[in-house]
Design a protein around this ligand. Sequence first.
Ligand code: PEP
Ligand code: MN
Length: 661
Amino acid sequence: MTNEHPQQARTNAPEPHVPFRVGYQGQPGSFGERAALRAGLPVPYPSFDRLLRALTVGEVDGAVLPAVTRAAGTLVEPLESLARTIGGGASLHVTAEIPVPNRFVLAAPYGTDPEQIREVLSQPPVLRQCRGLLARLKAEVVETADTAAAAQRVASEGGPRAAICSEEAALAAGLALLEEDVSDVRPNVTRFWVLETPDVVARRKEHAAQRSDLEESGLDAGMPIPPPPEPRVVWFAGARRAAVLAEAGAEIISLPGEPDAPIRGFAIVPDKSCSAMAGLSSSGGEPPLLWLGDPPDFVRPPRLHGLPRVTEVRPFSVVQVGLFAVGAGRRAVIAGPCTVESEEQIHRIAKAVARAGATGLRGGIFKPRTSPYAFQGHGIEALRWLKEAGVECGLPVVTEVMAPVQVEPVARQADVLQIGARNCQNYDLLKETAAAGRPVLLKRGFGTTVEEWLSAAEYLMAGGCGDVMLCERGIRTFERATRGTLDIGGILAARSLTHLPILADPSHASGRREWVPGLARASWGAGVDGLIIEVHDRPEEALCDGPQALLPADLETLLDEFGFLPGSSGSVERIRTAIDATDHDIGRLVARRLELCRRVAVAKRDAGWPIRDEEREAAVRRRFATVLAEAAPGASAERLADLLIGLGLEAEGWKGDLTPR
Ligand code: PEP
Ligand code: MN
């Protein structure tokens, strides 16, 4: 901390003409008051707990709390009070540190002979830092709440007593100075923390911003004072945390251990150490770190050094195209034929997949075929058909590009460009595609490792494409029973390495429509964000990949099972099928709930518990209110909860009144 701070703290007051009231513990004349004076208008409080309560309820705008002294180290009492306050849920910011030099004097009534002093009064931490003096005096030590109180008591009770206190306190009490600067450590300094509530911090910053606007417009001739950096103070518990903090160069201010937290305290984290704290904030099982201020923005190193963009440690990415969204909990199903065969075919199938509930439409126009004699796709002409079908059904379209020259014309109409498995490592194609300004669906090559696949994605991101979706579509193994081997483990590995959305393609992985649902379920189970599925209504006539195409009805069943909603073109009949599937699920769940109620009745009887439990019933009602908050706000959730509670009580054999309690 620099000594510009006091000036700064005063100019930080929320309103220029309203005094910034700063509470402190102690009496006028104490070091606390001196610290408070440097931040605003001092308001005394008898105890630290009382002071912090006053701050949290807004009785004062700020508070100064002594944290550390050079001579005595950690000041346990005020910091324990702070720990209790934030542990109780109060949010407080440490916005500045004020160093107050404390010179202590030995003061006694006029005429007292230093040799005669029998009692020395002061505050315990002060007594601890004046051991040399106390040893010389050989007097009895009496502890007081603060140093100013010691001076007043000596003044009122008279000699042969002396107080160790500040010079101001001695003079205010009318005492004579027997000896100056009596601390063992000279010069001694107490570091006070300025505490504010987030509300006050926000108000103060707004005011400071208005001031600087004035300054910029030349209306205020005063020199702008750059705000001092706020100390980053954090509350921690646990040995591992303490070790990481210490290693990162933080100043550790430990408090005495407790049975369930033997190592605990505050730490002041220098800015340059913030990135080293990344691992700390994400570790599970330990109590959270409580920042007394805004937590720093961690710049975390990527998970794989060579792939800074793809493996950057950041929240999950969402790729969005209109209503289509995938990633970070948003799920997508892209469905459609392997290839666009005719204008009529793509419109027909587009309607079918939209009705089922697909969120995107696929269809190849350039087909990478193993045999040069196989159908190669209708080319760019078919893109117009695909796009029009997508627009008609409200679905974005996904289509593959195989060569750099195709990228620009395809990107003009397609919503998402697909890089096929065979081109996963075609770097020129990746670079060209990255620059096309469209989201990209990157299939994993059947001979690429997870890292090579992510490296291909890195090419896309490095080339300027922020919207990359990864797709596992089966790799080549010794197995011939399935077309590919869907690498579920690879999906999990990729999931742990990247923030990008991951999709699975159960169609190309299995090669057989019967196995598509199973692989689709396995993929959701492994945590994919979406699926891409081939669908054909006349698979026996398909020009490409007929055997693996799901029938539209199969897609409907599958998407109902996965909880997707039928598309907007869904007929009454289609939506009723989805409702039927939902009722089936609800019926099964209610039956399970009732069976659990029967069992809990037996367990309650064995344990001697009553059947009805008001608190539990209230918790059930609250749960339904939360889960249904958006879908059925108001009384509906409560009615449903009451109905289920009533049915449950009947199942438990309750014969009494069923009115909700
Ligand atoms: C496709 O999706 O049509 C396709 C050819 O897939 P892959 O590149 O995964 O073989
Ligand atoms: Mn295909």
